[in-house]
Design a protein around this ligand. Structure first.
Ligand code: NA7
Length: 534
């Protein structure tokens, strides 16, 4: 255990993709850094989400660090979309390669961070009794790291084992022959369900909102494509940086309504066959802005559902309706819809019957009582702000972040918060974050923060703080851009709708990775306008 008030240059909270790269960059400058990580190992999201079928929905060649060109060449991904074990192995490899583990304290949760105005330092405390004092505090806590549970009573009473997808145990879990219930059909549920169906004797899925599920067409990685990317990795990375979602795709030039029905079908089919999260949404310029255009893509996907699911009544329940395509994160699947053609897999539509409680033996709804041996809870996360507000963070004048963000998060560029000097949030609310290739956005944030820290030192100062007016202006801009799109029309975690009582505010910046990067570079180029140095 650390001695009381150990003095550091920086504390980083979280040892996932973001925290590990931040550690690397800060240590390169010769700063003393400690990373606190709640998990028993490094990896963040990829440590916790080890449910069967857990897989990235960004292609392996894109979802990887770019800062180490040798690593880029050496590492060999085996699949188009890497599974959780492979991504975790990659993160561990990077940590060993750069000797990062020695500064990571595992099994340790940061509980409190307070800015001491007398010393201009952060005092950070953990559940293991650490108390450290640091000039900088970097929150690399992840956007999807605080699990959300169903809002119905009784999970504690259920007599069988239950598992949240985001807190999956390390050891093997065997559902062979069991009566298994799954609550939730977001990416986690959709990835897990085909695997769970292989084991379970009877599998019952509780669906509240049907999702738009695109086929991943996953498989062994295309070696020709790998060779091509590796030969031109710098250009490939640059293209990704200059894209909307941090993944380079051909940019559309036409509105969906300008195309004929036949042209649209061909374009959507091409996007579908590509097996890619953004290929359909970026088939036309206006799918995310215009409901009528959006509906043409939505209907194309519904037709795929009808095609794949044998029973028309089940297909009708699975057809996504009630919100525009793309405004809740679409899912990439392997065999999801086909799973409902198996005789032992049942779908309960929670728009027809509501869950009232979880009982000792299963789930009771307004229509029926279902008995289970085990339950899988795939109900997602308190996204974007959950992990930040989980920590008791106090800035200047004893203002708490929880207080400040009561009506929704306000940040400058999603990176900094006024009143909280020398505190940075990697992929924080107000940055492209969950609407982008996270690894790419993480690298951009870490590099930018790292340059800002250099700037502070080069100016002989020790404190940097976002200016209140710059924060307000940026936060208004984030909302205004969100309002130009169809995103606010869905009850998504992007808008906090999945957590009862959470302020309904659109949190990620949807202006695109390329424009966001330009803005950050512009701010830096103008002497870090919107920040004050002390
Ligand atoms: P998501 O995408 O938030 O999905 C959670 C799912 O759980 C979704 O279908 C929810 O329905 C459902 N849910 C949530 N609460 C309940 C209750 N109380 N009752 C029934 N169903 C409920 O989380 P995931 O873990 O699947 O994916 C998170 C991200 O990981 C994903 O976006 C990718 O980036 C990877 P709802 O739609 O809210 O009606």
């Amino acid at each position: 255990m650390a001695s009381a008030a150990e003095e550091l240059d920086a504390v980083v909270v979280g040892a996932g993709f973001a925290g590990l790269y931040m550690l690397h960059r800060l240590r390169e400058k010769g700063l003393s850094v400690k990373v606190f990580e709640a998990g028993a190992d490094i990896g963040g999201t990829w440590y916790w989400n080890r449910y069967p079928g857990a897989r990235c929905d960004v292609e392996s060649m894109d979802y990887s660090y770019s800062f180490d060109p040798e690593l880029e060449q050496e590492w060999e991904w085996t699949e188009k979309y890497a599974g959780q074990p492979e991504i975790l192995a990659y993160i561990r490899h990077v940590a060993d390669r750069h000797d990062l583990r020695k500064d990571v304290v595992l099994r340790t949760k940061v509980t409190q961070a307070s800015f001491d105005e007398d010393t201009s330092r952060w005092i950070v405390r953990t559940d293991q009794g650490h108390e450290v004092s640091a000039q900088y505090c970097v929150m690399a806590t992840g956007c999807l790291s605080v699990p959300k549970f169903p809002e119905v009573p009784g999970l504690d009473r259920f007599s069988g084992p239950w598992y949240h997808t985001g807190l999956w145990p390390e050891g093997p879990v065997d559902f062979s022959g069991q009566r298994l219930g799954v609550i939730g059909t977001g990416s986690s549920g959709i990835q897990a369900i085909p695997h769970l169906a292989e084991q379970a004797g009877e599998l019952t899925v509780f669906q509240r909102t049907p999702n738009f599920v695109l086929s991943a067409f996953n498989g062994p990685i295309d070696q020709e494509r790998v060779a091509d990317i590796k030969a031109n990795y710098r250009q490939a990375r640059e293209a990704a940086r200059n894209s909307i979602f941090g993944i380079a795709v051909d940019m559309p030039t036409q509105s969906a309504l300008e195309a004929t029905e036949q042209e649209r079908q061909a374009a959507y089919q091409k996007g579908w066959d590509r097996g890619h999260l953004n290929a359909i949404i970026q088939a036309y310029t206006d799918l995310i802005f215009n409901e009528e255009s959006n509906e043409t893509a939505a209907e194309f996907i519904r037709a795929q559902v009808r095609d794949k699911v044998d029973d028309p009544a089940t297909a009708a329940k699975l057809e996504p309706r009630g919100y525009p395509f793309g405004t809740k994160r679409p899912c990439l699947d392997t065999g999801y819809y086909e799973t409902y053609n198996l005789g032992h897999v049942h779908l309960v539509d929670l728009r027809e019957e509501e869950i009232l409680e979880i009982t000792e033996t299963g789930v009771r709804t307004t229509a029926s009582e279902y008995e289970f041996d085990s339950l899988v809870i795939a109900t997602g996360f308190d996204a974007m702000t959950g992990a930040l507000l989980d920590i008791d963070i106090t800035g200047k004048a004893d203002q708490s972040l929880r207080q400040k963000w009561q009506d929704g998060p306000g940040t400058y560029l999603g990176l900094a918060v006024s009143g909280f000097p020398n505190l940075f949030t990697i992929t924080g609310p107000g940055s492209p974050s969950v609407l982008s290739n996270m690894v790419l956005s993480i690298e951009q944030h870490v590099d930018w923060i790292s340059d800002l820290i250099d700037h502070v030192a080069a100016n002989g100062r020790s404190v940097v703080e976002a200016v209140d007016t710059a924060e307000k202006e940026w936060t208004d801009h984030v909302r205004a851009v969100g309002d130009m799109t169809l995103f606010p029309k869905a009850d998504s975690y992007y808008i906090g709708a999945n957590v009862p009582g959470k302020a309904r505010v659109f949190m990620p910046y949807v202006g695109g990775v390329v424009g966001y990067r330009q803005k950050c570079d512009e701010v830096a180029g103008n002497g870090y306008e919107g920040f004050e140095l002390h």
